[in-house]
Design a binder for this molecule. Sequence first.
Ligand code: CA
Ligand code: CA
Ligand code: CA
Length: 382
Amino acid sequence: MKTLKKYVAMLALASLVLGPVQALAATNATTTLTVASGSAGTAPVVEATWIEETTPTAAHLESGDTTHLTYWVDASSTVSNSQILPPLVSGADKTLTVCSVVRDSPLSSISGVWADIYYPTLMDETHCANMLGNKQWPLTRVYDEMTQVTAAKNRFNAAVAAHLVRFATGKDSSIILQEIDDQATRIYCGTFLLNYEDPAGLYSFNVRAMDTTSLWGHQWDTFDYTGVAGIEIDFANYGLNYGIVNVNSWVQVDGDQPSVVPNAWTTAANPTVRNIGNVPVTMTVWQDRMGTAHDVDINYKARMGGSTATTVAYAPYTTVGLPDVLALSAYSKLDFYVNINKPIEGQTAYTGQLVLGSVGVPLGTCGSNPIPSNERFLASNI
Ligand SMILES: [Ca+2]
Ligand SMILES: [Ca+2]
Ligand SMILES: [Ca+2]
């Protein structure tokens, strides 16, 4: 009974305390502040910026230029320093690190550093030139300027050696190395993610540094998400089986694509392709003669995209293009046709090889980027 009394008493006390608080929460108040104006101080200076690839190619710092031959050379250059390849894996991200060298006097007045990252200016892309992640990516001080001078210099030197660094006017690596030695500047870095289906092209970013009196410094820079065509199919292991066919008759294997969730794999017996690169693609098709005696003994047709797509005929050993375009991260059905007009006497089973390729289609201003093709191999039989 004693314990219960205590409990009741505490409840009563609690309700007394809560009462006035609840009343205050319902009252409006005007708030004001005035940010300290830094007219007497110095603004932060963003002296250098660069992009490093964090995973999975940390050893090279940039997967698209592992020998570091492509980089900005002077103030009039529009070439990017860092070239990044897409992961070519559906759903995967690339982790990149944006770094900067920021100076202020005193260094302790630096209150924040951010990177605003912008998509390329693509004419037919919905997120054209918008901010990546719709946010300002925070950068933090990586090395204590008093106790980690050597580590800071090593990090900076590695980026300089890889030609990743873009310097502000009047700055170069020897000046900045001296400033690091003098404990007069800091390195700020932060990570961000690029998705496999983010579009290829030149991304721009603006590193902005602010001090405690609201003075700002910034530098613009770019990196290149290098365009790579890539496709994946759901019938690589299953193969393409035309079944039992009559001589001189076209037989087709229809692809499939679910209508409810169009971007999903379905059955392997019905061919489906998806785009895993960072550019739209068209496809190429190549097929051998599947063991027939002569090239003219068998013919093929194929299309991507169903009944509204263009059907393309092809002979054995001839690569042809399917003109319909597969958008970024999109799936599509593939239809294949075969006509054997002269089998070998006494032979009923035929086996061959089909080769599917992809060719990048430029997205707006990304047209000048080199777009290597990517081929997939699989077996087919009749
Ligand atoms: Ca300052
Ligand atoms: Ca480079
Ligand atoms: Ca399928």
